[in-house]
Design a protein around this ligand. Structure first.
Ligand code: EPU
Length: 337
């Protein structure tokens, strides 16, 4: 286990906030995590478990203990001619896993290429892009209880997955820390090409459809739209896409026939927050050092030296613009600390 005090978090948050954690603890095994959680220090402290820090906005130093998993590696736990079950450590970088599955010729994760963050967060956050969500691949999640230190295995049904939601963010928030995730990958093609301009991009050079090509196309689309956190601080989509009742959607559609929308389950429709913000004229605008990205309005960026408060001010301005024009409340996907 590695432990630090007054630890700089700059390299642990993609927004590029220069803040510190009073304590930082990185564990390498489930046992280390359990021993730490049962220690007197952990019992009373405020704990924050982070992954790649790609979904966090620090507004101040963190006066508690930041925990990080260094449980890495993966193992095949079962396979047959059709599929393979891979058990993966929570501290594995998500895109390293995707790259590996593509190399192996295993299908399922390719549309989730280049999503920042780690495997543990994929299961907490139910990351998703281009028509696929982590829940489509997850078989089970292993986690350790903060209170008892005991391991619990959550079959996917018990994770209560929904759009960017899980039991770990809701009913059991703060109570379980993910240690391993088991995913199912297919050995035969199961392409998901309907979303956005995937097909158009694939058609551009006319080559055969392969896993590697689809990964390249997804990486290309993301790089075109989303700012590279190594260059411009950001946390990907800042808000969740709002889910509205069917009736509200129909009203809006009459006024805005080009309103992008996606099915979201019985009687509801998911709208595009980026489109709503764009339509309010906020795309590419800024408030001081906090900006709305010029190629994807759903992404707020640190234009250089922004504080958490600067980003919050911009976020509030964007929310009130969307509320005023469309009567819709945008909820942040990013977690404020
Ligand atoms: N749009 C605009 N203007 C904008 C942004 C978007 O008009 O500034 C329109 C697009 O033209 C398109 C629609 O809105 O018709 C949707 O845009 P996009 O495909 O870029 O996806 P999104 O709904 O804005 C979601 C995820 C992304 C994910 C993409 C692709 C959320 C909160 N975000 O964004 O996830 O990569 O779909 O599947 O669900 C993330 O969570 O950090 C993230 C980047």
């Amino acid at each position: 286990m590695k432990e630090y005090t007054q630890y700089p978090l700059l390299a642990h948050n993609t927004f590029g906030m220069d803040v510190r954690a009073a304590r930082f603890v990185e564990y390498e095994s489930e046992d280390e995590l359990r021993r730490f959680l049962l220690s007197p220090e952990a019992r009373t402290a405020r704990l924050l478990h982070i992954g790649g820090g790609s979904n966090l906005l620090f507004t101040a130093d963190f006066e508690g203990i930041v925990l990080h998993s260094a449980i890495r590696g993966w193992e095949v736990v079962a396979q047959d001619d059709d599929e393979v079950l891979l058990r993966v450590g929570a501290g594995v970088v998500w895109d390293d896993l995707v790259a590996y599955t593509v190399e192996q010729g295993w299908y399922g994760a390719e549309n989730l290429s280049l999503i920042p963050g780690e495997v543990g967060a994929s299961a907490v956050q139910n990351i998703g892009a281009y028509g696929v969500e982590a829940k489509d691949l997850i078989v089970q999640v292993e986690a350790v209880s903060r209170t008892t230190g005991e391991r619990r295995v959550f079959p996917v049904e018990e994770c209560r997955y929904a759009y960017r939601q899980s039991v770990f963010k809701q009913e059991l928030k703060g109570e379980y820390f993910v240690t391993q995730v088991t995913y199912r990958f297919r050995k035969r093609p199961c392409w998901r090409l309907e979303y956005g301009n995937i097909r158009a991009e694939l058609a551009k050079d006319g080559g055969a459809l392969t896993l590697q090509r689809l990964r390249e196309v997804i990486v290309h689309i993301r790089r075109e739209k989303l700012p590279d956190p190594a260059v411009t601080g950001n946390a990907g989509s800042f808000f969740m896409n709002p889910i509205v009742p069917q009736s509200r959607f129909e009203e809006l559609l009459r006024e805005y026939p080009d309103l992008p929308h996606y099915p979201a389950g019985e009687g509801t429709v998911k709208l595009s927050a980026g489109w709503l913000i764009d339509r309010c004229g906020w795309k590419g605008r800024s408030l001081g050092p906090a900006g709305v990205h010029s190629r994807q309005a759903l992404v707020l960026v640190n234009l250089g030296g922004a504080t958490g408060a600067d980003i919050l001010r911009l976020s509030a301005a964007v929310q009130s613009a969307v509320r005023e024009r469309f009567g819709i409340d945008l909820h942040p996907e990013v977690i404020f600390l």
